[in-house]
Design a protein around this ligand. Structure first.
Ligand SMILES: Nc1ncnc2c1ncn2[C@@H]1O[C@H](COP(=O)(O)OP(=O)(O)O)[C@@H](O)[C@H]1O
Ligand SMILES: [Mg+2]
Length: 372
């Protein structure tokens, strides 16, 4: 099954999609390399499914070009595009066995019997369904059914796989298991995959690159770690990460020749001078240090809630400038609800966002490093 198909890249160029007056996708440029696993991530309604359906040919773009490999496919029928799509609501034929479900698409295309059998048994082997070939969907677990749905895409040997939230109907444990299987499948086949999800953990763990969308607009397209560490704008910063990133509304100001970020009860000096304008500071929970010694701290805060997670504790704080802060600390860190403690913000991990789109204007306050 390894050399089954030649992978093709997918290029979206200037794609727009309107449903009447609703803009589902706006001026989208996206290049998915051959063999890459790209995740489209964003909140419900941001246009993910629409993008996938346009690649599959189930929806025509209002504007722009779609290329699979070097071929412009705008006018090519879905069946001729050499893509296979796995949906969230995979409908297996209940009266057919697993074997028949897997082979159905090939049978419809009049693939010779021997070839059909070989492909089905190959797919069954890859997905560990061999023992289940004689069963009907009603006799399978949710995870097994999902694997059959994957298998139906697999037997087509497409050069691009499209997945639309394929795991969202499974329970947490099965999702984790299937996530691993999809990653493994990708490694084994090396086929280009475009995977849609609204689940950031799924996106971060599966994707080589993650394309984050909001309201039809691509926000950032980068490897998972980069999206986490260098969010392009405030939307990405707040959408990615758990607990949500701490944010503080304030302004960059010039005070006595120094450039500072100022918010009620908080003033932080900037190593690199920036233009004065309203700005938002953001810092992840791991960027806060809690200190009993109140020298050198940025502010003091009251501990209002503790969330022990075993390997770490989330400490919720009532401090200045923000409605609430959250810090991530070691479980052996001594603090209790009601304590007043000192908080030090790690300058090297602070982001500043400004402008109409709240773009990142600075990534650390303590050094020259800015945007790269
Ligand atoms: N067939 C359609 N007719 C009208 N509006 C649609 C249609 N399909 C999607 N939309 C709208 O386009 C936007 C994007 O939808 P969709 O791509 O399904 O988002 P997602 O998959 O990210 O949840 C939404 O506002 C949705 O209501
Ligand atoms: Mg969708």
């Amino acid at each position: 099954m390894t050399d089954q198909s030649t992978a093709s890249g997918v290029t979206l160029h200037g794609i727009e999609k309107w449903f009447g007056s609703v803009a589902a996708v706006r001026s989208l440029d996206l290049e998915i390399l051959s063999g890459e696993l790209v995740v489209l991530l964003g909140p419900s309604g941001c246009g993910k499914t629409t993008v996938l359906r346009m690649i599959a040919g189930l929806e025509d773009p209002s504007q722009g070009d779609i290329l699979i490999g070097d071929t412009r496919v705008n006018d090519i029928e879905p069946a001729q595009r050499d893509v296979a799509m796995v949906f969230q609501n995979y409908a297996l034929y209940p009266h057919m066995t697993v074997q028949q479900n897997l082979g159905f698409g090939l049978k419809m295309r009049k693939v010779p019997r021997a070839e059909l059998d070989a492909k089905v048994s190959n797919a069954a082997q890859v997905l560990e369904l061999t023992e289940l070939l004689a069963r009907r969907p009603g006799q399978l677990s949710g995870g097994q059914r999902q694997r059959v749905a994957l298998g139906r895409a697999l037997v087509r040997e497409p050069s691009v796989f499209l997945f639309d939230e394929p795991l969202s109907n499974l329970d947490a444990r099965l999702r984790l298991e299937m996530r691993g299987e999809i990653a493994q499948l990708h490694r084994r086949l090396g086929t280009t995959m475009v995977y849609v999800t609204h689940d950031q953990v799924e996106a971060m763990t599966l994707g080589h690159r993650v394309a984050i969308m909001n309201e039809g607009v691509l926000q950032q397209y980068a490897p998972p770690l980069e999206v986490y560490q260098k969010p392009a704008n405030l939307f990405v910063a707040t959408f990615i990460g758990s607990p949500p990133i701490n944010t503080v509304s304030g302004a960059v100001k010039s005070v006595g020749g120094r450039s500072v970020f100022e918010a009620p009860g908080l003033e932080l000096e900037l190593a690199t001078p920036l233009a004065s304008e309203p700005a938002t500071l953001a810092l992840r929970a791991e960027g806060l240090s809690l200190l009993e010694n109140v020298h050198e701290v940025d502010f003091t805060a009251d501990v209002v809630r503790l969330e022990p997670l075993g390997n770490e504790v989330l400490v919720y704080l009532d401090g200045p400038a923000s409605e609430s802060w959250v810090a991530r600390v070691n479980p052996d860190h001594p603090c209790a609800v009601g304590d007043t403690i000192g908080v030090r913000l790690d300058r090297s991990r602070i982001h500043l966002f400004a402008g109409p789109n709240q773009k990142r204007i600075q990534t650390r306050l303590d050094a020259e490093d800015s945007l790269e």
